[in-house]
Design a protein around this ligand. Structure first.
Ligand code: SAH
Length: 258
């Protein structure tokens, strides 16, 4: 079923919505959806509305469900990589369940982000996250915060398990993984040039534990996706089937009464 992002705080059963022009165009011209076709609308804050297409760019909401936020939120501080590599990280990271992206200029970041292009980039990155969230059915839109200071990004995350993937570390991941689900995880990944000694020290002072991801040096865009997959398997919803991790489906989703 086609899914669309509609950033509307509330939607209720029976409500008639006037769809935004871009969505109408997509429905009518690209997808050629007839009147009566079913669509899903995600508000990005956990609400999923099932709706039917009416005429003249309208839709009627037929069901509403709310999905709880992840019990173990994952924040990814990604050293700003070259070119459009970050786009891959944002798209795939969203699919895998990253809740917050903090692309951060680090000492060895090669890509320059000129101030005048910054806003455009942010808009583009936001759209990539939105499209990925829609495509994969992630009802909670991941946050995006670009930073030019590692210290700022380190201070912004309040997770109780913090990892720094460091190519210089010999510490195996299995020694660090908490037995129980942490309340939140933050991961720092360096850019192509890696993490400098000085940055590693600052990250450790901020509570990030250095860890190795094994004997092979992964590309920066691979490293974050690899650790997120592991964390989601252990503490998130990758191993839990379609219903999610933190509770049975009845508890996680409250369907609005007819
Ligand atoms: N230029 C560096 C590699 C950087 S790889 C070198 O040649 O040594 C980019 C980032 O991915 C690293 O900073 C780190 O955060 C992560 N990474 C890649 N492979 C890793 C590994 N085996 N263990 C831990 N972190 C790794």
């Amino acid at each position: 079923m086609p899914r669309f992002f509609l950033p509307k705080a509330e939607m209720c059963r029976g409500e008639i919505l006037s769809l935004p022009a871009e969505m109408r165009h997509h429905l009518n011209t690209v997808l050629r959806m007839p009147v009566g076709a079913e669509i899903e609308l995600l508000n990005g804050a956990g609400l999923i509305a099932g709706a039917v297409v009416l005429s003249d760019g309208m839709a009627e909401v037929q069901s509403v469900k709310r999905v709880a936020a992840a019990a173990c939120a994952i924040s990814l501080i990604q050293g700003l990589p070259k070119g459009d590599k970050l786009e891959l990280v944002l798209q795939k990271g969203t699919e895998l369940g990253v809740n917050r992206f903090l692309p951060t200029r680090m000492a060895r970041s090669v890509g320059q982000l000129k101030a005048e292009r910054q806003q455009k980039r942010l808009e583009r990155w936001g759209k990539i996250i939105q499209a990925a969230a829609c495509q994969c059915g992630q009802p909670h839109l991941p946050e995006l915060q670009l930073s030019s200071s590692l210290d700022d990004s380190l201070a912004l995350v309040a997770a109780d398990f913090k990892l720094m993937l460091w190519e210089e570390s010999a510490r195996p991941l299995e020694q660090l993984l908490p037995k129980n689900q942490p309340r939140g995880v933050a991961v720092l990944v360096g850019p192509e040039g890696g993490i400098s000694e000085e940055e590693a020290q600052r990250a450790q002072q901020a509570g990030f534990q250095p860890v190795s991801l094994g004997p092979r040096i992964l590309r920066t865009e691979t490293a974050g996706l690899a650790i997120v997959t592991i964390l989601q398997y252990l503490y998130g919803d990758l191993a839990k089937g379609r219903c999610g991790s933190d509770a049975a489906p009845q508890e996680r989703m409250s369907h609005e009464m007819p």
